[in-house]
Design a protein around this ligand. Sequence first.
Ligand code: SR1
Ligand code: MG
Length: 401
Amino acid sequence: MSSYHALSEQEATAYARRLPDFFAPDAELSCREIGDGNLNLVFHIQDQGSGKSVILKQALPYAKVVGESWPLTLDRARIESEALAVQGRLCPELTVRLIAYEPELALTVMEDLSDHVIMRRGLIEGRRYPHFAEHISEFLARTLFFTSDLGMNQQEKKIQTGRFINPELCKITEDLIFDDPYTDSENNSFDEAIRDEVERIWQDSALHLEVMLLRQKFLTEGQALLHGDLHTGSVFVTETSTKVIDPEFAYYGPMGFDVGAIIANLLLNYAAQTGWKEGADLADYRSYLLQTATSIWEQFHVKFSSLWDEQLVDRMAATPGYKEHYMKQLLQDTVGFAGCKMVRRIIGLSHVADIDTIPDASRKEKAQRLALAIGKTLIKRNRSLASIDEVLDIVQTQWSA
Ligand code: SR1
Ligand code: MG
């Protein structure tokens, strides 16, 4: 019989006390449930004497953001811990450290990153992270290359693909990103002030065709082990350190979905910069965000290409012209998926605080319209793009429109 139940703070503390070689037997432990995401319980447990601390993340059998009416598999805790193990092996400095996984309780034990901040929060506060593009491009290049047919044993990849079949979490993405925003779905949640634009999107069949082509890739293209939800709320940062967390949406999918996710979330913050923060140098911060977004692609391209040149396992993939073809397709996928990720955060169920916390209604509306305009254009233009500079042009043109 399963012993699964949602832990109380006392039970989480008792569990943490039993972690081998972690807390002293007489440690005075305090515990707070700090989960503010859509799906899970998160306990922060600290030894009051030494300050040593740990995080326990427990999957609930339903989506917390909606309630028990939306059941959700506990297997996502296994997927998350196994993805953290893979990412931690490939990028130990850039991945939160996995300490233990307890399948009976769907519980993942991780290092506490309280000395970092969630990147979305940092960006909302107008902070800058000068090493972020360098770090996240490294994470993306290594995790995507070494879990793909380019960088790992291709028979082993097929076995790994099976371990990361993640149907329920993929279905959330398929619905919330590639379906609901383009129709009058009851899952949607948008401000009435932008209804005219939302209804235009519902009628735009040229846009729907591009979304369907991207949806098809998400459904069928198992290129590499993705993080699957790589937004700025899935990254802890300081000025000098970057740690990726939360890969419960991991599965074998199209690489551009991860690269596009992080770029989209920088652009959502860009759209939120409508001049409502006192003392902020708007133009300068916008240019920092754009520069970071383009630099992520540029550095990713360089790093992925050198892994290709140095670590390729598929002889046929060295055929002249194939790498260039592959990288161009990857850029186009990145841009298309980035557009989808922007549109869903304005029309769909789950929004971003960058825009939702804008206090002034008309500035918030302006930010939402800008995010939709950029997102739509990225989706529509994805298949004709040849360089990341065109993304810069699209963003700047929509801003001045
Ligand atoms: C019901 S879950 C809503 C969203 O939260 C996660 O972070 C994913 O982005 C998902 O789409
Ligand atoms: Mg998450």
